[in-house]
Design a protein around this ligand. Structure first.
Ligand SMILES: *[C@@H]1O[C@H](CO)[C@@H](O)[C@H](O)[C@H]1NC(C)=O
Ligand SMILES: *[C@@H]1O[C@H](CO)[C@@H](O)[C@H](O)[C@H]1NC(C)=O
Ligand SMILES: *[C@@H]1O[C@H](CO)[C@@H](O)[C@H](O)[C@H]1NC(C)=O
Ligand SMILES: *[C@@H]1O[C@H](CO)[C@@H](O)[C@H](O)[C@H]1NC(C)=O
Length: 710
């Protein structure tokens, strides 16, 4: 019995060993130079997360493919396909990165036919040596930070799919081999006219050049390319009329020419949708199309707007010869002029009243129980200076025209809509000067008086500070029914693009940039923004519902509060001015209430404390129970040894802080987040102490005193 059993077991064992060996030998198939190139690639790309688990035992050709990584190999052990995608967080690689060495390494993978490096923060020029990758058939480098001119793709004779969308390449069109079938150059810096050779690319199936600055006419032959299915030329500055005799290719099933400066009638094949062709043509000046979704002719004829507006606006109106358009534009201008006139009269009156009374700084009260240092009167004076200095250097407030905003936000197209809610709609847009803005569209209440609106705008025009997402200007637009009654107000804000403070605490790439000094500086920024809101008028703007995910950082890591309160005006008893918020939002009366300045102020301090706690520990404070536990733990460690404190703080900032600096910050956070609101310090005290933290830190850093670190 045992003997007859032994053979199958032995066979099974041998089989297992062989299959293991054969697997092992497969994994060794990739030639040493190819896997070396992969490891070098990982280093050059600064260790993106999808590659983090690679080690010298990794069998690259047998990795399961995932949405962020896939590798394919030939039977001879050469890599033929490589796909790596980042998480879309999109912060750029460090200053040490070199796109030149990236492509040197890539060209060692000389059997590569398909390469995708997407959303990896790659920056710099696309070097000419890319042509060495001559076997490449598909190249996707979208959503990175490539800039400079396009290299010559003509030598890459096999290339049929090229996606360089979402970079900063341009301004000239690249030259391409005739083999190209898919060409995506959307969201780059292409300028000038569409090259005629495009209409000769007779393998072209998909062409996406949207969101560039292309001008001039569209070559009519483009539409009749025999293989073309997908054509997107939207959001450029393409001009002129299309010939009415234009014909469309048989395979064409999607055409988007919207948001350009096209005029005249539409050729029949792209006039309307049909069963096999979707056409998008809105926001040009086309006459055959649905007039409601087109601009007036003057919009497509004019020269680019200069920065100063009301005059050019008048000219546009008087030159237009369409009665309908004249009526509408005239109405808007009339409305704006009328409102401007009222504004002048009214402001003169109101301002003289307000001067010295309404916009004084809040007197500083010294009665609170924070057990840490208090500022001296000299410090207090310095702080008020600080409030004023913070408002310098922001572009002057101005009035925008509706046309300028329509152009900036692509006619308020849904693709520009960032968010929509009870605070109105927010659109992303680009002004003529190239700056990015956030446009907030608000409906006016029907019964709101013009005085109320103007007074309101006068006040919010003061909400401009280095540490607020500041308002840049506004635009009042006429109603659809009655052109003399304003119905919609647009508020234009600066656009802050570098993510939130929380992103910078959680995302690995951003986290590296935020060491202890940067973290304290960011919280100081928030405190300064808050101090400004509390003192910009009397009573101040409090109850700002401060949240870490609403603190935005710009490219220089300057913190800006984005969701601060828009004021509800206090009643002015003598003048009986209707002081309600003029917009059709905020059903609940609590939001933005000024009834209770003190409570709102203490609430803001509490939330600032939570932000500081998260910055110290690197973790959201969570629910009340957890918060109490963290506070207790911190309190205990304050009285214990420095090492205990070092365990609670975010591991990312270990070895980057002076112990006394951190200790002071922990004390402030504990006090601010106190349950008893009377124990919470004033904003001035918080700010003074945070600045003291930085001073300690600076002293520590410059003396390189390592003996006190955790
Ligand atoms: C850049 O390279 C230098 C020298 O190789 C190194 O000291 C520095 O830490 C690197 N910087 C980054 C951000 O990787
Ligand atoms: C490309 O970007 C880098 C880094 O932002 C910049 O230094 C360089 O001048 C840019 N090059 C071009 C041609 O715009
Ligand atoms: C390039 O990669 C991105 C991300 O995976 C994808 O959305 C896009 O469609 C790709 N481009 C082409 C032309 O396939
Ligand atoms: C075609 O249909 C799309 C929706 O599928 C619509 O947005 C577009 O306006 C239509 N185009 C025309 C010209 O009617």
């Amino acid at each position: 019995m045992p003997k007859s059993n032994f053979l199958p077991v032995l066979l099974l064992l041998l089989h297992t060993i062989f299959s293991f060996l054969s697997f092992f030998s497969c994994s060794q198939q990739l030639s040493a130079s190819q896997s070396q190139a992969l490891f070098r690639l990982r280093r050059i790309l600064e260790y993106p997360p999808p590659l983090s688990s690679w080690n010298r035992y990794t069998s690259f050709c047998y990795l399961p493919s995932s949405p962020s990584l896939s590798i394919s190999c030939s039977s001879t052990g050469q890599i033929t396909g490589l796909y790596i995608a980042g998480d879309g967080g999109r912060s750029s690689l460090s200053a040490n990165f070199s796109s030149d060495s990236l492509f040197t390494t890539l060209s060692r993978l000389n059997s590569l036919t398909s390469l995708s490096l997407v959303s990896l923060g790659i920056w710099g020029p696309l070097p000419a040596k890319i042509k060495r990758m001559s076997s490449l058939q598909a190249l996707n480098l979208s959503s990175n930070y490539f800039n400079g001119t396009f290299p010559d793709f003509k030598p890459m004779a096999l290339l049929s799919e090229l996606d360089l969308g979402g970079n900063f390449l341009g301004p000239e069109f690249p030259s391409l081999a005739n083999s190209i079938a898919t060409l995506v150059l959307r969201k780059n810096n292409l300028r000038g006219e569409l090259p005629v050779f495009l209409a000769a690319l007779d393998h072209l199936q998909k062409l996406d050049l949207s969101s560039n600055k292309l001008s001039g006419p569209i070559p009519p032959l483009l539409f009749s390319l025999p293989t073309l299915r997908y054509l997107d030329l939207s959001a450029n500055k393409l001009q002129g009329a299309l010939p009415l005799s234009l014909s469309c290719g048989n395979d064409l099933n999607f055409v988007d020419i919207s948001r350009n400066l096209l005029v005249g009638g539409l050729p029949s094949c792209i006039r309307t949708n049909s069963s096999n062709l979707i056409v998008l043509n809105s926001w040009n000046c086309l006459s055959a199309a649905h007039l409601k979704y087109q601009h007036p002719n003057s919009y497509c004829m004019r020269k680019p707007l200069a920065a100063v507006l009301p005059d050019s606006n008048k000219k546009v109106g008087s030159k237009s010869n369409l009665g309908l358009i004249l009526g509408v534009v005239g109405g808007i201008i009339g409305g704006i002029l009328l409102i401007g006139f009222i504004l002048l009269l009214f402001l003169k009156k109101v301002k003289s009243e307000m001067n010295g009374v309404k916009f004084l700084h809040k007197p500083i009260d010294g009665s609170n129980s924070i057990p840490v240092a208090k500022r001296t009167p000299a410090d207090a004076r310095h702080m008020s200076q600080g409030v004023i200095i913070g408002t310098l250097g922001i572009t002057p407030y101005r009035v925008f025209t509706i046309e300028e905003l329509e152009e900036a936000a692509n006619g308020f197209d849904s693709s520009n809509l960032v968010s929509e809610g009870r605070q109105g709609q927010f659109f992303k847009g680009w002004l003529q000067d190239g700056s990015t803005v956030l446009v907030r569209r608000l409906k006016l209440k029907q019964k709101s008086s013009p005085q109320n609106l103007l007074r309101y705008i006068d006040i919010i025009s003061k909400l401009r500070h280095r540490h607020l997402v500041s308002i840049l200007g506004h635009c009042i637009s006429a109603g659809e029914g009655n052109a003399n009654t304003p119905s919609t107000v647009f508020l234009v804000f600066e656009y802050v693009s570098n993510g939130t403070l929380r992103n910078h605490l959680t995302e690995w790439r951003k986290r590296e940039m935020l060491k202890w000094p940067q973290r304290v500086t960011a919280v100081i920024g928030v405190a300064k923004g808050l101090q400004f809101l509390h003192t910009v008028m009397i009573p101040g703007l409090t109850g700002n519902d401060l949240k870490i995910e609403n603190i935005l950082l710009d490219e220089t890591l300057t913190a800006k509060i984005s969701n601060y309160n828009l004021p509800v005006l206090p009643k002015n008893k003598n003048k009986k001015v209707d002081c309600e918020i003029p917009f059709d939002i905020w059903e609940d009366g609590n939001f933005g209430s000024m009834q209770n300045f003190e409570n709102g102020e203490k609430e803001d301090i509490y939330q600032l404390g939570l932000i500081l706690l998260e910055v110290i520990t690197g973790k959201p404070p969570g629910l009340q129970g957890e918060l109490d536990a963290v506070r207790a733990q911190l309190l205990k460690s304050l009285t214990d040894s420095p090492a205990k404190l070092g365990i609670i703080v975010d591991p990312t900032i270990r070895n980057t802080f002076a112990y006394d600096s951190l200790r002071r910050a922990v004390e402030i956070a504990i006090n601010c987040a106190s349950k008893d609101s009377t124990e919470r310090p004033s904003i001035d005290d918080v700010l003074w102490n945070l600045q003291y933290c930085i001073q300690i830190q600076d002293g520590w850093a410059s003396s390189e005193n390592l003996s006190t670190q955790s």
